[in-house]
Design a protein around this ligand. Structure first.
Ligand SMILES: [Fe+2]
Ligand SMILES: [Fe+2]
Length: 338
């Protein structure tokens, strides 16, 4: 139950009287209070929850939001199947072809993209089998997922300096940049880097589409000295990173992609096996934002320098990659219009 500012003190008193009862008053970061029923002991006179209770409250919010998205829209089953097949090391080109050919329109978009100048084909590719043989399973997966996610951006929308089309550009640019970083750092999984970069801010477009009124307030609340995550948590109770990860579970995203979605703004707290990938995505996000291709039209960067040093990169390396990204973007224009 939401609590008005004017009623805050009487609710605090009620919680205090309750002693070890179950009512608790939660203060959200950007103002506003809510009374929650919790199993924790209520601390008299305190208007914040214990970390465990606060964490579970956020988790509840995220799960509820993710369920709502699941009810309204799902990633097409073909995209989910493509990710599942490509993640399975036993899969063959024939397996990928089998799941993709169910969607003729998607397959045609992928084939058209493979024939664009970006991939330098000598003889025109006319079917999926040739396309998969030419680019491999992971690159074809990436084209199919790019085409599917592009559909979320079909309807243009803008709020202040935020533009959906610019968010799409940020995602494609981050995917390309993460892949460039991975190649230059001699990582073997550069196509996984592309996918993670492409999807890292998917939570923003989901909030824009499914919680639009709150999203407008988020964008209008942007000011120097804050971060997008802080503003989202204050208004929605969860951040795009948390929602993106929860939806990523429902949509069957690979583990590494989910890690990048969840931790690209807080790599220091990530403790898993995909740390290099998460750091590459954070650096890619940084480079794209510094180049004026930000996710929300404003630069709210708060960057963890350990992400650079942990990858063995210097500020000069960032500059070199940033300069080369223009050429990569020009070559891969077909991805933006897939
Ligand atoms: Fe983000
Ligand atoms: Fe981003």
């Amino acid at each position: 139950m939401k609590v008005k500012q004017a009623d805050r003190d009487s609710w605090l008193a009620k919680c205090a009287r309750q002693g070890s009862g179950k009512l608790h008053l939660v203060r959200y970061i950007n103002g506003g209070y809510q009374v929650r029923v919790v199993e924790k002991i209520c601390l008299a006179g305190k208007d914040t929850m214990t970390p465990i209770t606060m964490a579970s409250s956020i988790a509840e919010h995220v799960q509820r939001a993710a369920r709502r998205i699941q009810e309204i829209s799902t990633l097409p089953q073909v995209a989910v199947n493509i990710m599942r097949v490509v993640e399975d090391p036993r899969s063959s080109a024939a397996d990928l072809k089998e799941v993709m050919e169910i969607d003729a329109a998607l397959s045609a978009r992928v084939i058209r993209c493979v024939n664009s100048s970006a991939y330098g084909v000598r003889h025109k590719i006319t079917n999926l089998q040739q396309a998969i043989a030419y680019l491999g399973l992971k690159q074809i997966r990436n084209l199919a997922i790019t085409a599917t996610v592009a559909d979320l951006f079909r309807k243009s929308e803008s709020i202040g300096r935020y533009r959906r089309t610019d968010l799409w550009k940020h995602l494609v640019a981050s995917g390309l940049c993460a892949r460039m970083l991975a190649m230059r750092l001699r990582f073997h999984n550069f196509e996984d880097m592309f996918l993670a970069g492409l999807l890292h801010d998917i939570g923003i477009i989901l909030i824009d589409q499914h919680f639009h009124e709150s999203f407008v307030r988020v964008i209008q609340s942007i000011k120097d000295g804050t971060t997008l995550v802080e503003i989202e948590k204050g208004i929605l109770g969860f951040a795009h990173t948390e929602l993106g990860e929860a939806v990523g579970v429902q949509w069957g995203f690979p583990d590494a992609t989910r890690a990048a979605i969840r931790y690209h703004h807080q790599t220091a707290s990530y403790r898993g096996e995909h740390l290099a990938l998460v750091r590459c995505v954070e650096v890619a996000h940084l480079i794209c934002t510094l180049k004026g291709m930000s996710s929300i039209g404003t630069n709210l960067l708060r960057f963890n320098p350990e992400s650079l040093s942990g990858l063995g990169m210097t500020a000069n390396d960032v500059k070199v990659v940033a300069d080369d990204l223009d050429r990569e973007m020009a070559e891969q224009m077909s991805l933006l219009q897939i």
